[in-house]
Every structure is written in structure tokens, then in C-alpha cells.
Design a binder for this molecule. Structure first.
Ligand SMILES: C[S@@+](CC[C@H](N)C(=O)[O-])C[C@H]1O[C@@H](n2cnc3c(N)ncnc32)[C@H](O)[C@@H]1O
Length: 270
């Protein structure tokens, strides 16, 4: 059965996605460490969004690797490319391209990475096969996908408060977002895509905020739940913040809200 796909309109929210980059940075760090890119190599970042982790790698390697980012949302690609131009970063470029149909030649990349993209592809298996096709023999990949619904904590909270107010097709996209997070699912799809030498690890990051209000302000400012808010009458919208707040209560310690999120980090070679 196809997984329900009501992910955010990435084009629309491209200008606000950077609000989440600080929370996702530890995953980028882990991916780049697993990727082990070396000077002289070509690196592909799939579903590169507003440019991460590609830009962190490009800044770090200072022109000694060539970095190519691709994303299917033109708005995201424009946001990433604007950073390249603003910072005059050498040998990094972003292109609008669906992961399932890469207009890139076979076996031309030494490394490929993808942070929180694969599970969102219309066809994750085809996207992974494409990633494998463009990797050179022995080429290395590192990718991250979200784990199970209950451990994608902030989205799980949102689901609890929206689910009885909205028809199912308007619920937050948690099914799609966690579609590769179940036990053995990522291993199976990587195997089906032709990879045999890889590891998959479950890891936890914490989104950190000074308070619940700081967190919820970020949710609203980023418009990540815009489709859900837009579908509610104004008097219902006003209740959402207060209904999510109790979920966070036990996670505040020493004046800091730390919200755990589990993800899977897969890394291996072609
Ligand atoms: C959660 S964002 C992650 C962006 C970036 N990798 C990061 O971690 O900051 C997911 C991205 O996947 C992209 N995406 C979704 N489906 C895609 C597809 N079929 N091909 C390429 N990109 C896709 C979206 O446009 C969006 O930019």
C-alpha cells in the first residue's frame, strides 16, 4: 500500500527552512564523519534542501572537493545557490532534479549523502538505485532517515493535537516521514537498491530550545505545519499551542527544553 504523502510544500517554505538547521546540525556532522570525503573527490548531496549538509562540507574542504547538490523543489535549490554566491564558495553547485531521475552520468561520484530526504522521495527505491548508479565502484554513501512515529517526537505531538480535528489526508506527514524507520525497513530497501556493504545505526539527537514558547514560535514561523493550521477554523488554531505544551513539560531541565528525536544513520560502499 502506498504511504500517505502530505509532506509540506517545500517550495513555499524554502525561505523559512533554515530555522530548523541548528536542530539538524548534529545529524549533518555525523553524516560527514561517516562519509569520510577526501580532497580531490566529487560528492553528491541528494535532497539538499537549502544546502545542508553540502555547504558545511564545501566550507570545510575549501574547494578541495567538488560538491553537487540536487533537490526537486526549485525554491530550495534557489535558496542553496544564493548562499554559494553570497559566500563565493568554490566548486559547489545546486540543481533542481528529482532524486528518482538524476541527469548525472553513471559512476561519476566518489561519495553521496542525503539528510532526511530518502523517505520523502515519491519512490525511495528508485532514488536509492539512482544514487548507486552515479556512485563509482567502491564509492561511499551516508544517509539519515527519521526513525519510528513515536520517536519523531515533535511531529508525533503535532499529530496528537491535529488528528481529531482534521480529515486523515490533512494530518501531518508522519507516515511518510517515518516510512523507512521501522525495524529492518532501511536495510531491506538498501539491499533491494543493490547495496550489500553497509551499516545502519539508530541514534538520538535533541532539539534544544530555551522554552516551550521558543520551540512553538519556531514551528509557527517555519510554517512547517501551515497546511494543518490553514485547514482549521481560527478559534481552533488558537488552541493548538496550549494542547501541545503539556507534552513538553517533563523535558525541561535547568531552563532548557531538550526534545529527543531518533534517526537512522546508514553508511556503506557500492
Ligand atoms: C526535510 S528537507 C531536508 C533538506 C536538507 N537535506 C537538510 O537536511 O537540511 C527534505 C528535502 O527533500 C526534498 N525532496 C523531496 N522529495 C524529493 C525527490 N523526489 N527528489 C529530490 N528531492 C526531494 C524536498 O524538496 C526537501 O528539500
Amino acid at each position: 500500500m502506498a504511504v500517505k504523502d502530505n509532506q509540506p510544500d517545500w517550495n513555499r517554505i524554502a525561505g523559512k527552512f533554515d530555522l530548523w538547521l541548528p536542530q539538524l546540525a548534529p545529524v549533518g556532522k555525523a553524516l560527514l564523519s561517516a562519509l569520510e570525503a577526501r580532497p580531490g573527490e566529487r560528492v553528491l548531496d541528494l535532497a539538499s534542501g537549502t544546502g545542508e549538509p553540502a555547504l558545511t562540507l564545501a566550507r570545510r574542504m575549501n574547494g578541495s572537493v567538488e560538491v553537487v547538490g540536487v533537490d526537486s523543489a526549485a525554491g530550495m535549490v534557489r535558496a542553496a545557490q544564493a548562499k554559494v554566491e553570497r559566500e563565493r564558495l568554490p566548486r559547489v553547485s545546486f540543481h533542481c532534479m528529482p532524486a528518482e531521475r538524476l541527469t548525472l552520468a553513471d559512476e561519476t561520484f566518489d561519495r553521496a549523502l542525503c539528510r532526511f530526504g530518502v523517505m520523502l522521495f515519491g519512490d525511495p527505491l528508485v532514488g536509492l538505485k539512482e544514487m548507486r548508479r552515479v556512485l563509482k565502484p567502491g564509492g561511499r554513501f551516508a544517509l539519515a532517515v527519521w526513525s519510528t512515529p513515536e520517536t519523531m517526537t515533535t511531529m508525533w505531538w503535532a499529530c496528537q493535537v491535529f488528528k481529531d480535528r482534521l480529515p486523515e489526508e490533512k494530518h501531518p506527514a508522519i507516515d511518510k516521514v517515518t516510512s523507512l524507520g521501522g525495524r529492518g525497513v532501511l536495510e531491506e530497501i538498501l539491499g533491494a537498491a543493490g547495496f550489500s556493504a553497509f551499516t545502519v545505526e539508530r541514534r538520538t539527537i535533541h532539539y534544544e530550545f530555551a522554552s516551550f514558547d521558543a520551540f512553538w514560535d519556531r514551528v509557527e514561523a517555519s510554517e512547517i505545519l501551515k497546511a494543518q493550521f490553514d485547514a482549521l477554523p481560527p478559534e481552533e488554531r488558537a488552541k493548538i499551542r496550549d494542547e501541545v505544551a503539556p507534552f513538553a513539560r517533563d523535558l525541561v531541565h535547568d531552563g532548557l527544553l531538550r526534545i529527543p528525536h531518533e534517526y537512522l544513520l546508514a553508511a556503506g560502499n557500492k
